[in-house]
Write a new protein. Structure first.
Length: 374
């Protein structure tokens, strides 16, 4: 999803090109309070074997919920340990660690097509290795472009930088804090197409991380309710959150709240990460709900195409009730879905003799209404 909503991460393979001071700052942001003290060699050595063990473990999945939200502690047996746990220490997300004039160079580990043959566009899961030098939080945005072929460590043309959202948590799909996964739709003539045609070992350059709209509201509260609404690759930041909630064994964060994902795609071949989300439904039925709309395969109540806002409207009464109780709602993807979603919630509010405009104002003040669309 090459838009104003996406993000990604990278790595510095030539550490000699980073002076000791910048290395310390970039490497140690997650030490409590964004300390400028770098991680010691002993720390990195102690985690070495653990990281290898974690990387070798299989990826897991998880949940679905119906009716009312029931707080239910999630069993940890199927979760994967993550490291380094110092990534949990900071109280604010890392911001603008790299800029257009000081880009971070990363290495591509894999490029895999995840859309089916009948999808109207090709979408790829791209994994980059950043070796822990470009930390981020779930929901943040980075800017990425292919590194110059002649010298991948010299800044390229910043006009080629495109926005993407990480589709993996801060620990990456390898659970060791050294990789980041992107969900990229290939658009001809753009950076996204170049990325999708990349191969293992190719270099990219990144700036960021930045933005906070898709960062989890009340992120320290494991009992919070999060309602995610996405179109297409807008699901990327939500996959990152869901991995944190249901795949990762984080001693200081054991999610027991509710996550509810509404996803709109063209057809079944465009249903990104569907297997993961359906597995969540099976494993955590009290903590995860998943509703998907297929615009080219389903009809709405009026006989038109079924978009994400249409399936959302079927649950608007319940969603409004959750919002009034403190839930957070996030919209990522096409801007055309925003007004219909607001209209559905407005109708739900009218049924309760409540003023939707007043409710929306309150939600925005409380940071419960979080939107990043294009």
């Amino acid at each position: 999803m090459a838009i104003t909503t996406l993000s990604h991460v990278s790595f510095a393979s030539n550490h000699s090109l980073i002076n000791d001071r910048s290395l310390g700052l970039k490497r140690s942001f997650f030490i409590k309070g964004f300390s400028s003290a770098p991680l010691s060699l002993a720390f990195k050595t102690n985690f070495g074997q653990a990281l290898e063990n974690v990387s070798s473990k299989r990826l897991l999945t998880t949940p679905h919920h119906r009716s009312r939200h029931v707080v239910c502690a999630i069993p940890q047996d199927n979760k994967v340990p993550v490291a380094p746990l110092e990534l949990e220490n900071s109280t604010r997300p890392p911001t603008n660690l790299y800029s257009e004039n000081s880009l971070h160079t990363a290495t591509i580990l894999s490029v895999d097509k995840i859309s089916g043959p009948k999808a109207p566009a090709e979408t790829y899961r791209i994994v980059y290795f950043h070796d822990g030098f470009l930390p981020y939080w779930e929901g943040q945005v980075l800017r990425v472009m292919k590194a110059p072929d002649e010298n991948p460590f010299e800044p390229g043309n910043p006009e080629n930088l495109s926005f993407f959202s990480a589709a993996s948590s801060r620990y990456g799909d390898s659970f060791n804090g050294k990789t980041t996964t992107l969900c990229v739709r290939s658009i001809p003539g753009t950076t996204s197409e170049i990325l999708c045609k990349s191969k293992r070992g190719d270099k990219i350059q990144l700036a960021g991380p930045t933005r906070e709209a898709m960062i989890s509201g009340d992120f320290r509260n494991p009992n919070a309710t999060h309602i995610f609404v996405a179109t297409g690759t807008g699901v990327a930041p939500f996959r990152a959150h869901l991995r944190r909630f249901f795949k990762e064994d984080i001693p200081t964060f054991q999610f027991s709240g509710l996550a509810w994902l509404f996803h709109g795609v063209s057809n079944n071949d465009s249903a990104l990460f569907k297997d993961e989300f359906e597995q969540y439904q099976k494993e955590y039925p009290n903590n995860f709900r998943y509703n998907i709309a297929y615009s080219r395969e389903q009809k709405n109540k009026l006989g038109g195409k079924m978009y994400v806002q249409d399936i959302f409207s079927d649950y608007a009464d319940e969603v409004l009730e959750l919002l009034l109780k403190g839930a957070y709602i996030y919209l990522a993807g096409l801007k055309d879905m925003v007004k219909p979603i607001e209209d559905a919630l407005s109708d739900a509010a009218t049924k309760k003799d409540k003023d939707w405009n007043e409710i929306l104002t309150s939600l925005k003040i409380n940071d419960q209404w979080r939107v990043e669309v294009y």
